[in-house]
Write a protein that binds this ligand. Structure first.
Ligand code: CDP
Ligand code: MG
Length: 731
């Protein structure tokens, strides 16, 4: 291993404001422990400067080291300074784990019951109420709120956190919020002009907008946060007061630990930039000398070596996803019993999006004496969550990203190398409390070849869902939308085409009734379409089950040493037509044993995953009920109906058997290979469809079921009528 020092973080223009006595105008008294902790965060020093900048500018960009307190403190600063009397503060997070866990933390700090003054809203889980003042929410949920409240009147501030992640939704939100901000500013201006006009004859009239507001409306306390009633030109103020709605400006705060602030500033009309000084101890970097064939194995060996040879401090290990985390967790637990008798206890704590909240919370528990925690994390722990006590970071150098090929019109999840900036962030996690160590399981040359920053998702992924949301938010000109990075036109056209084929858009490209229905569902357009079809075919119960089951990566375990046993257990659920119906069998069996965990264990079923599935299932059923869809409609044993529903949404994920036994995709004419984990692996069926495509050594398809070839053209008549795909002759 070669070594080098982690470069110090650049400090640039730094905010230094003398700390002032906290103004306690809001909320119950903090516990002394939390108060002290808060005051010790680096951001506390900049409190007044931050509040001042936000007060004076429509948009502010704040860059500060991970863990400096941006996400948990800035919303509280605004509340404490009485700047959020007339609207709430939304704080967006790219990931639900971050939203829920940060809300929990801030509720605790602010002495609020979770879901009251401080709350969160994530897909399928709403812990907020009309009185919620600080709301953490995923960017997807904020987009949904825009659907219901196009000018986001409920909010006075929107904080776009983790802006560097450049998820598709964040990017779309950037454009939408800019537009909302402009529109609200315009309304405030118009109202003010109106008021001045109508009061110009009164010599002693008030000189600010606030005094004209009716008593029942909250009035702003300063001219920076202008507020007026919505304009009504036809009637005098007093006549129409009761019908008017309170309007104020929307403030936008963009935050991140690592972003190209200048670029963001330019996009947000030359917004003010603040850099908050952080604390960072040096981190010593060790690179692998040779490229590693199996990074999971290298991760196991390296972490055990740290555990047995290095001083105290917890280990943070970055992996690509749930599947890897689970297998490494097992390996580590197996190895634990073989540790030398005098070594410290090793506690394994996984953290990833689908993990139940109670388990997630475990990573924040203090490590007991004479023990070491090893945290197995996805990139959630890179910048969104700061876990105390870390001294060692093990970086596999990979993460999972959504990739989209506009040429063949398919989307896939793939494990890809991280960017240099992500690798630096990962290393930085080791140096928050003292000098730390980072072990990169890749060579220095590999590091040098990494991209500087992650390519924005909008340039990589299927735009159908985003386009649907844009359309549903009243943005019809999706090609001319104000994107920070404009996606290739061909990908945008492909998205429009897919939505049209799904029936979400009409012949004029406007959102159809079905499209509006689909946009209401917190599911990808394809899944929403499947659900819609299930009403017609009378199999909503089954379809909801299958969709929920596919929300988990791995439902069946395949331990290395018990392959045969596991395969045998799995055969009990196997359905001849493939994975979708096999999953349905699994769900049925699981319900029969009432989710018994020893049953799961004996059948190599991922019990934790299944519990999550039940949760998702329940939530989708609730949405159905709310939308007037009967979630209990069942097709009995006529399972063809279920598969027919699926291809209505996944018509572009179908493939036909070729004479040589291979499968060729109907859209894109690619040779695709059934993944060995599929129950159809090695089988020859006339036609198949699949849920996802993975690029590894080959183009693999997962979640595969057999269908009749003649179902395909019927599944998306609009699409197949227009195109001469390699469909079977429709006799
Ligand atoms: O957003 P930023 O990375 O700047 O920091 P933050 O998330 O606001 O975290 C500030 C502090 O709160 C850190 O020291 C975290 O360790 C702590 N924190 C915590 O102890 N438990 C949580 N659930 C969240 C944050
Ligand atoms: Mg943060």
């Amino acid at each position: 291993m070669s070594t080098k020092e982690h470069p110090a973080q650049p400090s640039n223009e730094t905010v230094t404001a003398a700390p002032q006595k906290p103004k306690k105008k809001w909320g119950p008294t903090l516990t002394p422990k939390h108060q002290t902790e808060r005051q010790q965060l680096p951001i506390y020093q900049a409190r007044d400067a931050i509040v001042h900048a936000i007060k004076r500018n429509p948009t502010v960009i704040i860059v500060g080291e991970t863990g400096s307190g941006k996400t948990t403190q800035i919303p509280q600063f605004l509340l404490e300074a009485d700047l959020a009397q007339f609207g709430a503060i939304a704080v967006t997070q790219p990931r639900r784990v971050a939203a829920t866990s940060l809300a929990r933390r801030v509720a605790e700090e602010a002495g609020s019951r979770l879901g009251h003054r401080v709350g969160y809203t994530v897909r399928f889980d709403d812990m907020s109420c009309p009185a919620t003042k600080i709301k953490y929410l995923t960017d997807g949920m904020l987009m949904r709120e825009i659907l219901a409240d196009p000018l986001l009147h409920r909010y006075n501030y929107v904080i776009l956190d983790e802006a560097h992640e450049r998820t598709l939704r964040t990017d779309v939100l950037f454009g939408m919020l800019k537009q909302i901000q402009k529109e609200r500013a315009r309304m405030v201006q118009v109202n003010r002009a109106e008021w001045q006009k109508s009061h110009s004859d009164k010599p002693t009239g008030p000189d600010t907008t606030e005094k004209q507001l009716p008593d029942s409306d909250p009035a702003p306390t300063n001219g920076d946060n202008q507020a007026t009633e919505t304009n009504d030109t036809s009637v005098s103020t007093s006549d129409k007061r009761s019908k008017r709605k309170f309007v104020n400006e929307l403030k936008i705060v963009v935050m991140s630990a690592t972003l190209d602030a200048e670029r963001f500033s330019e996009y947000f009309d030359h917004a003010r930039i603040l850099y908050v000084a952080g604390r960072q101890y040096p981190v010593r970097i060790f690179n692998a000398v040779e490229p590693q064939n199996d990074y999971l194995d290298a991760a196991l060996v390296t972490s055990l070596q740290i555990h047995t040879e290095q001083g105290p401090g917890d280990i943070l290990l970055f992996l690509s996803g749930q599947e890897e985390i689970e297998s490494l967790e097992k390996l580590l637990l197996d190895q634990r019993s073989q540790l030398p008798p005098n070594s410290m206890d090793l506690l394994v704590c996984p953290i990833y999006a689908a993990l139940p909240a109670a388990q997630q919370a475990k990573v924040f528990n203090p490590t007991p004496p004479n023990a070491r925690k090893i945290i197995l994390a996805t990139n959630i722990a890179e910048t969104s969550l700061t876990i105390p006590g870390i001294r060692y970071v093990v970086d596999t150098g990979v993460h999972k990203i959504r990739g989209y090929s506009s040429r063949i019109g398919i989307e896939s999840l793939l494990v890809a190398p991280v960017s240099k900036s992500a690798a630096r962030q990962r290393a930085g996690r080791a140096g928050r409390e003292a000098m730390g160590y980072c072990y990169r399981l890749y060579t220095e040359d590999t590091f040098d070849e990494l991209e500087e920053d992650t390519v924005p998702e909008i340039l990589r992924c299927n735009l159908a869902a985003a386009t649907l949301q844009l359309k549903a938010s009243g943005i019809d000109d999706v090609l001319g939308f104000d994107y920070m990075d404009r996606p290739p036109k061909v990908a945008m056209l492909r998205a429009l085409e897919q939505l049209y084929a799904l029936g979400a858009l009409d012949d004029q490209g406007k959102l159809s009734k079905l499209g509006r229905w689909m946009a209401e569902f917190p599911l990808d357009p394809s899944y929403a379409k499947v659900l819609h079809a299930s009403q017609e075919l009378g199999c909503t119960t089954e379809v909801i089950d299958v969709i929920a089951l596919f929300s988990i990566d791995t439902l069946f375990f395949m331990p290395f040493d018990k392959r045969e046993e596991a395969a045998e257990a799995r055969r009990k659920f196997m359905h001849g037509d493939g994975d979708h119906l096999t999953y349905l069998n699994l769900q049925k069996a699981y319900m029969e044993v009432k989710g018994d965990s020893s049953w799961c264990h004996d059948h190599f079923v991922n019990g934790r995953g299944m519990r999550h599935v039940q949760d998702v299932r329940k939530q989708i059923r609730q949405v159905c009920q709310r939308m007037g869809v009967n979630p209990n409609a069942s097709c009995g044993t006529d399972f063809d109906k279920v598969l027919q529903c699926f291809i209505r949404g996944f018509f572009n994920h179908t493939a036909l058997l070729q004479p040589d036994g291979s499968y060729k995709s109907v859209v894109g004419s690619q040779i695709v290979h059934i993944h060995p984990s599929s129950s159809l692996f090695g089988q020859r069926r006339e036609a198949i469809f699949y849920n996802e495509l993975i690029f590894t050594s080959k183009l693999y398809i997962r979640g595969v079921s057999a269908i009749q070839a003649n179902w395909i053209p019927e599944a998306a008549p609009r699409y197949f009528q227009q195109k001469s795909h390699m469909l079977p002759s429709q006799s």
